[in-house]
Design a protein around this ligand. Structure first.
Ligand SMILES: O=P(O)(O)OC[C@H]1O[C@H](O[C@H]2O[C@H](CO)[C@@H](O)[C@H](O)[C@H]2O)[C@H](O)[C@@H](O)[C@@H]1O
Length: 266
């Protein structure tokens, strides 16, 4: 195994992937391209990872994308990334063309109610904060004591998370409530089909990335009888549907640099 956790099996999968025709290389942002930080506004990209993803985008027959839970504008601003990288925000629902459907009046009203509820929780519980996005809102507890964080998450869970029309996702020291259904897996399908990619490589570290991993065709035959050429890579610990794993965000850099170095046109 290399210093940054590219084991022999992963290297073999990357070699096979790099030999294909058109491919899609996609990564999550927070916890992958950007190491986790105490506050969202501090999470700038690891410059080597971003440079490597950009280098992938410049290779022949290679589309490269970041698919994030953040609002797309926020993702663009904090990462400084843009063309030729494809940016998808709001957990796969927000493309450069915006959302497929604007929020209905009822959805906007619901979102405003959730934000108000989250703000009232954050006012009561030190170290918690609220992030607002176009179709969802996030209650952050990373800077609360573990006990306070649990209380805040429980209040969110017992309150607005159960309201009709609300879609809840638990992430790293956050709970996120959306008023639309989102799926990084559907975003990957859309990019894959639009580009005509033969295979997809996806890196992710959090719960929301599991929807992306679930849309990949695994190489090991389960459940797609060995037809899969996709490469799913989970960053860090935790249960996952991904076939491969790297231990840290340095592994993300190593994978992306490896792909950039081995795709045609390198
Ligand atoms: O899909 P992602 O790009 O991974 O976005 C998921 C969430 O990431 C951000 O929160 C996470 O990163 C923060 C900065 O490192 C950290 O403080 C927080 O605890 C993490 O959960 C972002 O703020 C959220 O909006 C995203 O949904």
């Amino acid at each position: 195994m290399s210093a940054h956790g590219i084991g022999d099996e992963l290297r073999e999968a990357l070699d096979d992937f790099c030999r294909l025709g058109r491919v899609l290389v996609a990564s999550d942002y927070d916890g992958c391209i950007a190491p986790i930080q105490p506050r969202p506004e501090l999470a700038v990209p690891n410059p080597d990872s971003l440079a490597a993803l950009l280098a992938c985008a410049e290779r022949r027959d290679t589309l490269a994308a970041m698919i994030s839970g953040r609002a797309r504008d926020d993702l663009a601003a904090i990462s400084g990334a843009g063309d030729p990288l494809v940016l998808v925000g709001s957990h796969g629902a927000e493309f450069d063309t915006g959302f497929d459907q604007p929020l209905t009046v009822d959805q906007q009203t619901l979102l405003d109610r959730i934000i108000a509820e989250f703000r009232s929780i954050a006012e009561k519980i030190p170290g918690t904060s609220v992030e607002t996005k176009p179709a969802s809102t996030t209650l952050h507890v990373r800077n609360a004591t573990p006990e306070d964080g649990d209380v805040a998450l429980q209040l969110a869970n017992d309150g607005p998370a159960g309201w009709h029309g609300v879609h809840a996702t638990k992430g790293k020291a956050v709970i996120e409530l959306a008023v639309i259904e989102t799926s990084k897996g559907l975003a990957l399908d859309r990019l894959r089909e639009g580009y005509g990619a033969e295979a997809v490589l996806y890196l992710g570290d959090d719960v929301t990335d599991e929807k992306a991993f679930a849309h990949l065709l695994r190489r090991d035959g389960a459940p797609h009888d060995g037809r899969g050429k996709d490469v799913g890579i989970k960053v860090g610990d935790g249960k996952t549907a991904a076939e491969f794993r790297v231990p840290t965000t340095d592994g993300v850099t190593a994978v992306l640099e490896y792909v950039a170095a081995h795709r045609p046109g390198a």
